[in-house]
Design a protein around this ligand. Structure first.
Ligand code: AMP
Ligand code: MG
Length: 323
């Protein structure tokens, strides 16, 4: 299959043609503020199957539904609690996914057989325009091959899925760069299943009550089956350190050209290694480049400001664990 690539200047025709492709059960990658998504019509089982197959995604890893209006939540979920609307008022459109009870019209394959459905409204004009043009919610898992980092540029999508999907709309770099916060509100105490840019504290302030965070120590809890899969880990060994002293020792004892250092500050000593900024929005791009350039080690400086960012730390520690 030839993948149709729409450059940033071709926005109007990109939306019109992509919406037509989606209506015909094709799958199309598009930008969101978090990462690029691989879109398919939520009510088309044929299209949903193409998503799982193009990504090589295990069929028990559920997909997130993307909506452009709050009314569309009612087309895909039932018994929606008031807290959903409260959260939507504060965080939609934005990087928060909310798990609700699935509407019987939504094919079970979307949620990997679960009775629930994860819903989010992306904050990207192209994503919103595309969903509106199709006229119904789209599922949109990250547009990468399973086992690769989520794509944050159109080139990443082409590298992984070129030739396997009908089209890709280039919307430039994703501004958030890591996947949405996933919050389950079907339980008596709302629970964060995946940390993201919307924080626990922000959610607790809006709901005026304490919420839980699912421990990564018990990843097999069935409510979030996708969480059990091994997250992307670059081929390079990742070392998490907390001081420049540790980096100095590592670089003193190594072949410098093979080490990539990610840090949000610069050292006060001469360093003879490749140093890139540590930012959520470029983390996955750094991992992809480290593999492409055959780095053997990635040293990540996690100082106090980084440690306080639970979403970023979650992605770093997952990438560092080889299991
Ligand atoms: P991705 O779209 O690749 O960022 O992955 C979506 C993730 O959202 C899955 O791996 C699950 O962890 C989570 N998710 C999606 N749907 C549900 C659901 N119905 N219940 C719980 N978690 C979900
Ligand atoms: Mg993904």
């Amino acid at each position: 299959m030839t993948t149709c690539y729409f450059a940033q200047a071709e926005l109007d025709s990109a939306i019109t043609i992509s919406a037509e492709l989606l209506r015909h059960d094709e799958i199309v990658a598009f930008p969101t503020e978090t990462v690029y998504g691989l879109g398919a019509r939520i009510f088309s089982e044929a299209a949903i199957r193409k998503v799982y197959s193009a990504k090589g995604r295990p069929s028990d890893n559920p997909l997130i539904a993307h909506i452009a209006t709050i009314e569309q939540a009612g087309e895909i979920a039932i018994e929606i609690p008031d807290e959903f609307y409260l959260l939507a008022e504060h965080f939609f459109p934005g990087p928060l996914t909310i798990v609700l009870n699935r509407h019987p019209d939504v094919p079970a394959i979307v949620s990997a057989g679960l009775d629930s459905i994860a819903v989010r409204m992306p904050q990207h004009p192209i994503a919103l325009a595309l969903i509106k043009a199709v006229g119904q919610p789209l599922v949109a898992p990250s547009a990468n091959l399973s086992g690769k980092p989520s794509p944050t540029t159109a080139q990443h999508v082409l590298d992984d899925l070129g030739g396997k999907i009908a089209a890709i709309i280039d919307g430039g770099k994703c501004v958030v760069g890591i996947e949405s916060t996933v919050l389950n509100i079907c339980t008596s105490i709302p629970t964060i299943l995946r940390p993201g840019a919307v924080t626990r504290e922000q959610i607790e302030t809006v709901l005026s009550r304490k919420i839980d965070i699912q421990s990564t120590a018990s990843p097999n809890i069935p409510i979030a089956p996708g969480m059990k899969y091994r997250h992307y880990a670059p081929s390079a060994t990742i070392r998490i350190v907390s001081t420049w002293d540790e980096i100095q020792q590592i670089t003193n004892n190594a072949t410098l050209s093979n080490i990539l250092i990610l840090a949000n500050s610069i050292p006060d000593f001469q360093i003879n290694a490749i140093l890139h900024p540590l930012l959520a929005e470029s983390l996955y791009a750094e991992f992809r480049r480290a593999d492409a350039d055959n780095f053997t080690e990635i040293v990540i400086l996690c100082d106090n400001t980084i440690i306080q960012d639970s979403a970023l730390m979650n992605r770093i520690t997952k990438a560092a664990s080889k299991s």
